[in-house]
Design a binder for this molecule. Sequence first.
Ligand code: ARG
Length: 411
Amino acid sequence: MADKIVLAYSGGLDTSVACKWLQEQRNYEVHCLTVDLGNLPDIDDARQRGLSAGAVEVDVVDAKEDFLRYFVFPALGANVVYEGRYPLATALGRPLIAKILVDKARAVGAVAVAHGCTGKGNDQVRLDVGVQTLAPDLRIVGTQRENQMSRDEALRYVARHGIAVRQTVASPYSTDENLWGRSIEAGVLEDPWVEPPEDVYAWTKPLDRTPATPTVVEIRFEEGVPVALDGEAADPVTLVQRLTTLGGEHGIGRVDMVENRLVGIKSREIYEAPAAVILLDAHRALEELTLSKQQVRWKNLVAQEYADLIYNGLWFTAHHRDLSEYVRSTQRHVTGDVRVRLWHGTVMILGRRAERSLYSKELATYSDADQFDQSHAQGFIRLHGLQAQVQAHRQLLRERTDLLHLAAPDD
Ligand code: ARG
């Protein structure tokens, strides 16, 4: 009897080829597993295609809620964005897919798992490392890495095997999408000087077609997690989908960047992530009210480390657990509301309030209600400036130019 393998199956051309190829070239009994992270337009269609490619089954797992609850929202709490801008939608999805692949492999008694990621990208790393950490005994087959079939070869291959791939006109781009965002690369985008053609975008309107009137939304967070829109409780999937639609309508969430892949390649990628951009802005605004200066500073450092860790596929690690425990602890008082205006591609924070806000009007006000005792300021500033004063007099004033940073460049 053939060994069983579980294939991470998207329903697209590459994984349909992979399905057939694993049987034909590697002699596996193929169980296709499609993980729905909010990226499946037509589940029945994907199922049919998998069966036509010879899978013994196509199992579709709805992981949308888990994805948001256990992967996306903790990342939101940490404010992670890779290299300053990418909200990590694709990267956050991979460890969950790895976990579900492993569960499925155990359930059917498979000896291996497979995916169709290329050998040049980050996604192979994330899936391989995920599987390797959760189930070191499972073999991992990267079909595209092993057969390196070109798009044309793949199209001929499906035609030859009578696989029902609907989209035979090759899309000029490589895309990946889930509830948190959409990633687009390849084709003309490979030239970083070329402006992205409008057809790369599917979720966001161009600015010349966004509405003339703004949309104002009130987002409620509880301990750093978004829980309601405009005063109405919303489950994670509904909430994120709603912000994606609203933000997309106003042209919010387009990112065009050249990023550094783990494998050493610089790559030009376009992202569409309206909900992520809105929620990240709103969450930061609420943290401004509820975290101390030191917490915000330290969290920013943690966010960078956390983003790299997610990008580099190291989700299932002790380091991740430690960082996430820290972040979770910082979110204990991040409860409140943020009112945002969505308009012409931008998110404007209009107002914020929190039950345990650190903002004190009595201290900040310039009105009669002022409770800040200004007489303390002078002594405080004396001590604050003491070191600078001593050093200036003993050392720096002797070298006036040095103190004023006026040294000539050739000195
Ligand atoms: N560059 C992004 C990442 O590494 C997205 C990768 C998938 N992109 C794609 N267009 N297929 O997370």
